[in-house]
Design a protein around this ligand. Sequence first.
Ligand SMILES: [Zn+2]
Length: 433
Amino acid sequence: MSLLELQKEVKKFNQASKLTAAVQDVDRLIDLLVSAREEVAAANDPHTASQSLVKLQNRVNAQLETINSDLGRVHKSQNAFHKALGRAFKETKGTLPTDHDPMESQTALINRAIAMHLLREGQFGVASTFIGEAQPQGEAPQSPSQDQERPPSIMISHPDEPPDAMITDADIPSDLTAFQSQRLQEKFADMYSILSSLKQHDLFPAIGWARANSTELEARGSNLEFELCKLQYIWLFKGPAVNQLPATRDNGLTGALAYGQKNFGRFQKRHLREIQRLSAAMVFAPNLGSSPYQTIFNTDLAFEEVASSFTREFCSLLGLSAESPLYVAVTAGALALPNLVKYTSINKAKNTEWTTTNELAFETPLPRSMLYHSIFVCPVSRGQTTDANPPVILPCGHVLARESLQKLAKGSRYKCPYCPSEGVVKDAKEIIL
Ligand SMILES: [Zn+2]
């Protein structure tokens, strides 16, 4: 059975297997019973009551039959799909390369990736269970006994989190990991607690974190601390009617002004213009909506935006990407799989072998956000650059492969093949795509 046929089956299944009809018929039955109850209650003599009960019996029976046949249809389509799946998998079995499984020897790394993913998603309970169960046989940790002193648990109050986000240090076996799961877990617990405050429009934990890490953040060129302080100013500016904070002198325009005076000074060098705009908006406070500052004060998405840049910076200071690598790898893999299956089955039919070990023999279309290492083809040699022969950028902005540049150069000097500029070879900088 081909992929196309299977897709057809999925479509058929989706169309046929709806429980909606059954649910509607059950609702109708309930309506029937409710109205019969009212009829009986309203009846003024026993004869009318028993008559309506007799009438009810037939109608209920008919309705039950309708429901049964609704369910029968769903059941039938489930059976058909089950059979189709069985056929599809019997036939595809063995078309993927089974003799070479590059993942086989990497169980530890894969487990690590899964544990990391769970930790960074804030699923601490699931992560600790997974880490416990992924231990090689015989090394299973002793479960902590009741009399053992248990360290205080960390409760993450995340509105979307299931209650199992509660973790204790004793849940994580200390001898388990080469990747310091406990330290990471604490870090992520911090991250989720700050994020949950952000969700409730409380910026202070995030500002505190950004201030404590301001040196590292600035070195990365991040504006996070200023963005957070700016939002705090705007939030106070809007006053108690919007921010629902107590109507004291620390809120509203006076609160915003005091906050700005106290906190904006440190950002003057880099963000003077924005600070000026924020201060000038004070004058327009009575009708901000028709002022030139209207857009800065639109906070509809502001909290979500700072939350996502906070997550990105927080992860990057931990040396992690903002997106879970496992998530990216699995998604990219799922997108690439149809092509891979097609390719291998064509090869099988032609009896040819997979010859390239480190790269795919075909293009895999992926969304831009999932492209990490673009390739570069040297315009001079027309060859793809490699680690040994990396792309270099000339001071004029043109890029070619290092070997091509060396071939073009006369002694230590070169002439750019694409523009009139000349220079010395050592000024060419290696670039990483
Ligand atoms: Zn040039």
